[in-house]
Design a protein around this ligand. Structure first.
Ligand SMILES: [Ca+2]
Ligand SMILES: [Ca+2]
Ligand SMILES: [Cu+2]
Length: 328
C-alpha cells in the first residue's frame, strides 16, 4: 500500500507563506504616531553646484529610520515643558536674537543687521516681549537651541536625525534633484514651501501665503510624506559641522565629525530667498553654535528602528570648522 504522504509542494508553500507573513509583519508595523518610516538606502549626498561645503558629492548609505512628519510645533513643545518644567537656553539667559529689520534695537549682528539682540525673546515670545505664540500652536516652535531640541527629542523617546538621514529623507527617493520635489522652485507656478518671496530683507511679497511662520503642513508633503522639509524653519541635525566633512565622511550611516564648535541645520526657512541663500535646496548645509536660537530655527525628531544601533563615528580629526555662520 502507498502511505499517504502529503504532496511535496505543500511544505514549501507553507514555508513561503510563513516567510511572507513574517516579512509583512515587520514591513507593516505602523510607525509611531506622527512619524513616517524612511526606508533607508544608498544615495548621492551633496551637490557640486551649491556652496563649497556641499561638495564632493559622495555615496552614503543610511539604515531605515522613523522621522517626524512635521516640524515640532508650539503645542508639542508646550507639552514637553508642562511635563518636565524645562527652561530653554534663551529663557535662562533672558534674551535671544530675532529677525527685527525695522526695530530700533541697538545691538545687531554684524554683516546681517536684520538680526538684533532682543531681551526677553524666547519660544513663548519669539521676537521679544509683546510677541506671542497664542493662536499659533500649530506653528513650529522657534528660539530653541540644539541643546533644547536634544532635550525635547530625548523626552519624546526620540533623537535628532543625522545630517545624512535628513538629506536622504528630504530627497524623497529622487536622485540628484535640487529641491525635495524636483528641479523647479515653482513648478507650474505653484508655491510648495514657506520662504521669502522677493529681495531679502527688503520685501517679502508673501506669494506663498505667509509673511511669517506657516502652520506646519500648509504645503504638500514630499514623496516620503514629510511636510515643510524645505522652508518654514531650519531644522537642527545631530551632527557637528565641518566644511570639509564630505571629503572624509564614512559611507555607512555617517554621524558627522567627532568634534566641532557648531551643529548642522537643514532645509532653509521662511527668511530664505532666491536673492540670498537658497537654503531650501536639499543639499544646502547651515551651521551655528549649539546654544543659538533664532525665530526661524526649529527641529523635528527621528527614531532608530533597530534597538541599539551601532555607533559609526568618523575617526579622522575635525579640521578648523570656524567660519561665518550663514544662519539666515
Ligand atoms: Ca513666506
Ligand atoms: Ca523646515
Ligand atoms: Cu536663508
Amino acid at each position: 500500500m502507498h502511505t499517504t504522504t502529503p504532496p511535496p509542494v505543500r511544505p514549501i508553500a507553507l514555508g513561503l507563506l510563513l516567510l511572507v507573513l513574517g516579512a509583512s509583519a515587520t514591513e507593516t508595523a505602523p510607525p509611531p504616531e506622527g512619524m513616517v518610516r524612511i526606508p533607508g538606502g544608498t544615495f548621492q549626498m551633496g551637490s557640486e553646484s551649491g556652496f563649497p561645503d556641499e561638495a564632493p558629492v559622495h555615496e552614503v548609505t543610511v539604515a531605515p529610520f522613523y522621522l517626524d512628519t512635521h516640524e515640532v510645533t508650539n503645542a508639542d513643545f508646550a507639552k514637553f515643558v508642562e511635563a518636565t518644567g524645562y527652561k530653554t537656553e534663551a529663557e535662562q539667559w533672558g534674551w535671544s536674537i530675532a529677525f527685527l529689520p525695522r526695530d530700533d534695537k541697538p545691538q545687531r549682528v554684524f554683516g546681517a543687521e536684520w538680526w538684533a539682540k532682543s531681551d526677553g525673546a524666547n519660544w513663548r515670545n519669539p521676537t521679544g516681549p509683546g510677541s506671542s505664540i497664542e493662536g499659533k500652536e500649530d506653528r513650529p516652535v522657534v528660539q530653541v537651541s540644539w541643546t533644547d531640541a536634544m532635550a525635547y527629542c530625548e523626552w519624546a523617546g526620540k533623537r535628532l536625525p543625522t545630517e545624512a538621514e535628513w538629506e536622504f529623507a528630504a530627497r524623497g527617493g529622487a536622485e540628484g534633484k535640487t529641491y525635495p520635489w524636483g528641479d523647479e522652485l515653482h513648478p507650474d507656478g505653484k508655491q510648495l514651501h514657506n520662504l521669502w518671496n522677493g529681495v531679502f530683507p527688503v520685501e517679502d511679497r508673501g506669494e506663498d501665503g505667509f509673511k511669517e511662520l506657516a502652520p506646519v503642513g500648509s504645503y504638500p508633503p514630499n514623496a516620503y510624506g514629510l511636510y515643510d522639509i524645505a522652508g518654514n524653519v531650519w531644522e537642527w541635525c545631530a551632527d557637528y559641522y565641518a566644511p570639509d566633512y564630505y571629503a572624509r565622511s564614512p559611507r555607512e550611516n555617517p554621524t558627522g565629525p567627532d568634534r566641532g564648535t557648531e551643529r548642522i541645520l537643514r532645509g532653509g526657512s521662511w527668511l530664505c530667498s532666491e536673492s540670498y541663500c537658497t537654503g531650501y535646496r536639499v543639499s544646502h548645509r547651515n551651521h551655528t553654535t549649539p546654544d543659538s536660537g533664532l525665530n526661524n530655527m526649529g527641529f523635528r525628531c527621528a527614531r532608530s528602528i533597530e534597538t541599539d544601533p551601532p555607533e559609526t563615528k568618523a575617526t579622522t580629526a575635525t579640521s578648523d570648522d570656524s567660519g561665518g555662520s550663514k544662519t539666515h
